[in-house]
Structures are given as C-alpha cells and as structure tokens.
Design a protein around this ligand. Structure first.
Ligand code: SF4
Ligand code: SF4
Length: 70
C-alpha cells in the first residue's frame, strides 16, 4: 500500500491535487490550518497506488509519497 502524507501546514488549499488525482481520493478538510486554509486530505488511503500525480502537481510540495517495500 502507498504511504502518502499531506503536510497540512504547507498546503494552501488550492485544490490542484484534487483535480489531478485519477482516483478522486483527495478532498479539502473541514478544518483550517494555521494559515487559514482548508488543507487537502486523503480520503481513502488504501485506494492510493502512489502514482505521484498529486505530488507532482502541488506547487508547494506539500505532498510526500513513500512507496513501501515489497
Ligand atoms: S498518488 Fe495518485 S492515486 Fe494517490 S492520491 Fe495522489 S494522485 Fe491520487
Ligand atoms: S496542490 Fe498542494 S497546496 Fe494545493 S491543495 Fe493540494 S496539497 Fe494543498
């Protein structure tokens, strides 16, 4: 399973990653981060295949993807 971490304090809630996830796995959280933005969150981590599109599209490099061994 892919391991994806969205650093919510870096995220500015622009929504680009949401638009580019081919599986529609990302949404904006209800809560605000310390900068006053709704940060992106991964809805169903088990469905993420670590394609890296969301991380590539993020202008602020707020998404980190680690592929687990095996
Ligand atoms: S790595 Fe790919 S499948 Fe996973 S959340 Fe990002 S865009 Fe979606
Ligand atoms: S593209 Fe980056 S800054 Fe924009 S909502 Fe997604 S994680 Fe946040």
């Amino acid at each position: 399973m892919a391991c994806l971490e969205i650093h919510e304090e870096i995220c500015k809630g622009c929504g680009l990653c949401i638009n580019f996830c081919p599986r529609s796995l990302i949404t904006l959280a209800e809560h605000l981060n310390s900068k006053g933005f709704h940060p992106a969150v991964l809805k169903e981590p088990e469905k993420c295949n670590a394609c890296t599109l969301c991380a590539i599209m993020c202008p602020d490099m707020a998404i980190e993807i680690r592929k687990e061994a095996g």
